[in-house]
Design a protein around this ligand. Structure first.
Ligand SMILES: Nc1nc(=O)c2c([nH]1)NC[C@@H]1CN(c3ccc(C(=O)N[C@@H](CCC(=O)O)C(=O)O)cc3)C=[N+]21
Ligand SMILES: [Mg+2]
Length: 292
């Protein structure tokens, strides 16, 4: 079987192109979309993410500000900063890069971000709205994955979607989004018995567990659509996904590459969400109607 590559680089360009006019319209109203990224310490994946976010935002004319804090920063300091950004009308989106160092309670920090500025869609209010099929913002990676299904006209309704991984960032919100699109959803994780028996039943398999090449050709049903969310370095320092592409290729009907698949889409959706939020602030004539 010929496997069709789901090209995230190309699709991300398309998503960004459809933002250009919207950003111009905002600017004619005196509004420049602005995203603030808070970084505490910083691992390798985070650095890639930050670099790519910057480059993309700059090209589009979205303002980004990075606030870099020491790894040893106090939680109270971080919370004070978020409060200031929540109150700043020039800021439309706030993203706190995860993971955070151990001394900081990530849950408390995410809770502190005003839901209307929560571009990641991680705040419990936004998670709840998503689960009730009335989303305010979608987590960027699952939102980016959904774009592939729309772009390539791949039906989701009635399909069996199997998700490997139950993280707050990908697995859980992805399950909610697929359920909202009338899929039958199975979430598998480290405690799942006979996990590979379930992955073989998937019409659509979404893998987000952070284990290099965990899913191989034998683990999928021929013709399945496979979405690889992983970004791991193998022993040679090469970037590899959670899927073994050599064996899944020619067995899957569609497959996202790594790199160039889900990663660029995550960034494109982050930009789109920032623009969405800036438009909402403009619609209300600068007045903050979401008093939270
Ligand atoms: N609050 C928060 N939200 C996140 O969404 C979030 C986060 N924290 N922490 C870190 C992870 C990681 N992440 C990436 C997104 C895109 C690429 C990306 O652009 N990847 C490209 C480039 C790879 C390369 O340059 O080597 C690709 O896959 O093609 C990478 C990593 C978002 N995350
Ligand atoms: Mg990728």
């Amino acid at each position: 079987m010929m496997t069709i590559k789901l090209d995230g680089k190309k699709l991300a360009e398309k998503v960004k192109t459809r933002l250009i006019q919207r950003i111009a319209d905002l600017k004619s109203k005196g509004i420049k979309p602005k995203l603030v990224v808070i970084l505490v310490g910083g691992d390798e994946a985070s650095k890639i993410y930050v670099r790519n976010k910057h480059r993309t935002a700059q090209k589009l004319g979205i303002e980004t500000q990075d606030i870099r804090l020491q790894r040893t920063v106090k939680e109270s300091e971080l919370l004070t900063l978020i409060k200031t950004l929540n109150a700043d009308d020039s800021v439309h989106g706030i993203l706190v890069q995860l993971p955070l160092p151990e001394q900081i309670d990530a849950k408390g920090v995410i809770n502190a971000i005003k839901p209307e500025k929560d571009v990641d869609g991680f705040n419990p209010q936004n998670v709840g709205s998503l689960f009730l099929n009335d989303p305010h913002s979608l987590p960027c990676t699952p939102a980016g994955i959904l774009q592939f299904f729309e772009e390539y006209h791949l039906p989701v309704c009635g399909k069996h979607v199997v998700i490997v991984g139950r993280s707050n960032i990908v697995g859980r919100p992805m399950a909610a989004i697929m359920l909202n699109h009338d899929a039958t959803v199975t979430i598998t994780h480290s405690k799942t018995k006979n996990l590979r028996k379930l992955t073989r039943q998937a019409d659509i398999l979404i893998v987000a567990i952070g284990k290099a090449e965990f899913i191989t050709g034998e683990d999928i049903k021929p013709g399945a659509i496979v979405i690889d969310v992983g970004m791991n370095r193998n022993e040679n320092g090469k970037l590899v996904g959670d899927v073994e592409h050599s064996s899944v290729n020619e067995r899957a009907s569609y497959l996202t590459p790594v790199p160039g698949g889900v990663g660029p889409m995550t960034i494109a959706m982050l930009m789109e969400q920032t623009v969405n939020f800036a438009e909402r602030s403009a619609d209300f004539d600068g007045k903050n109607v979401f008093n939270s």
